[in-house]
Write a protein that binds this ligand. Structure first.
Ligand SMILES: Cc1cc2nc3c(=O)[nH]c(=O)nc-3n(C[C@H](O)[C@H](O)[C@H](O)COP(=O)(O)OP(=O)(O)OC[C@H]3O[C@@H](n4cnc5c(N)ncnc54)[C@H](O)[C@@H]3O)c2cc1C
Length: 382
């Protein structure tokens, strides 16, 4: 066990595991603490969607860089991650949505994203099983370089590579407190004792607010349950991820053939409820069948829930907090932390090691809330 760490990372989801990898690759001593196991949080409960079609420029840039990393990640980490670029088809149902998507696509194209508008007939050509008229689709935003990867494979690949480079993983080891002395972090108090560290990264997902509070830092994040299900495998028919902000729904087909999908309940209160509800099962099943009537007789084999870690503007918080030197936030991903994971972790490692950053992160600073800035990310399944 290392005497004093360069970095203590709280949470072994995609963010913590990838951060450990990029830090260890820079020769820093790093230990990750999780009160459960690698992927126990939202990471092991998400379907692994990776999209670059966002309403804010900084998110488009961030996700484009993340996709660049995903494209070479299997090779870099020496492990299969099931990364697949089958595209994202974002269905529009109203004229207001069409106008908004057109504005966003102009901005996205100006940043180099090969996104385009699909007319209803083109959607049908792409996925003949979609009931385009039945759901009232008037078109869709389409980006062929979006896709998905397997969250378990990605996160374990990062964690294994980090371990090979010397990072320690202390699993089933809750962090009780981030210890602050004289305005700087000095380490973490855990169930297995105190670990001194020069930097502490708060990547505890939906529990980040509690971790920050122990250091006297107030985060605006709130946890929200999101439910999801998987069907039995069916013959492959669906290349893209299909989503609709209008219906608050998304679904894709896994490598093994299962349909994975979720619906965001707009009336869900904040909280740590992780139970599965019949309401979700009924509502999502009806929605899915309306999109793909051919799935009517397919059986649901599993249903579960995870927590979104949501900020007031639906954008993540990344960077050091001004009131505690060495206390780095990487949380508040509001439902898109898996896709943002690799680049965010790399940026955090660059920040800690004093390197130039691949992208500016001011837009993700906690201080935007204190300055009262608005710039809400609108393209979310909330
Ligand atoms: C149903 C659902 C669908 C989603 N779909 C997508 C998607 O398609 N694409 C996408 O990009 N994102 C998606 N997301 C969001 C994505 O899953 C998260 O943003 C991402 O996984 C967050 O990763 P993380 O590492 O920050 O947090 P987590 O994976 O939640 O990890 C946090 C870890 O911190 C640990 N922890 C908590 N408290 C402590 C403590 N006191 N001490 C030590 N450890 C602690 C937890 O055990 C946990 O392992 C979805 C989420 C859900 C729930």
């Amino acid at each position: 066990m290392t005497e004093r760490l360069d970095v203590a990372v709280v949470g072994a989801g995609i963010i913590g595991s990838a951060t450990a990898y990029y830090l260890a690759a820079r020769g820093l001593s790093v230990a990750v603490f999780d009160r459960e196991y690698v992927t126990a949080g939202a990471t092991g409960r998400c379907p692994g969607g990776i999209r670059q079609q966002w309403s804010t420029e900084d998110n488009v840039r961030l996700m484009m860089k993340s996709v660049e990393i995903y494209e070479g990640l299997s090779e870099e980490l020496g492990a299969e991650i099931d990364f697949h670029q089958g595209g994202y088809l974002i269905v529009a149902k109203t004229e207001e949505e069409r106008r908004r998507f057109e504005d966003q696509m102009r901005m996205q194209r100006s940043l180099g994203l090969p996104v385009r508008w699909l007319e209803p007939g083109e959607i049908k050509e792409m996925v003949p099983q979609l009931d385009v008229e039945g759901i009232g689709a008037i078109g869709a935003a389409w980006n062929p370089t979006d896709g998905y990867a397997n969250p378990f494979k990605v996160t374990y690949a990062f964690a294994s590579a980090a371990r090979r480079l010397g990072a320690e993983f202390h699993l089933f080891t809750p962090v009780r407190r981030v210890v602050v002395e004289g305005g700087s972090v000095s380490g973490v108090e855990t169930d297995k004792g105190f670990f001194g560290a020069e930097f502490v990264v708060n990547s505890a997902g939906a529990w980040s607010r509690e971790i920050a509070e122990t250091a006297g830092v107030s985060l605006p994040n709130r946890p929200y349950r999101h439910e999801i299900l998987a069907t039995e495998p069916v013959r492959r028919f669906l290349e893209p991820m299909v989503i609709s902000f209008h219906d608050n729904v998304y679904f894709r087909q896994s490598h093994a053939g299962a349909i994975l999908g979720g619906w965001g309940d707009p009336n869900e209160p904040p909280g740590y409820n992780l139970s599965s509800s019949p309401k979700f099962l009924g509502r999502f099943s009806r929605l899915l069948i309306s999109y793909v009537p051919g799935l009517r007789s397919v059986r649901v084999v599993r249903q579960w829930a995870g927590l979104y870690d949501v900020t007031p503007d639906a954008k993540q918080i990344v960077g050091e907090v001004p009131e505690v030197a060495g206390f780095i936030q990487a949380n508040g991903f509001s439902g898109h932390g898996f896709m943002a994971g690799p680049i965010t972790a790399k940026l955090v490692a660059q920040l800690i090691s004093g390197e130039p950053l691949d992208l500016p992160i001011e837009g993700f600073s906690i201080e935007r809330f204190r300055r009262g800035e608005t710039g809400r990310e609108a393209s979310v399944v909330g």
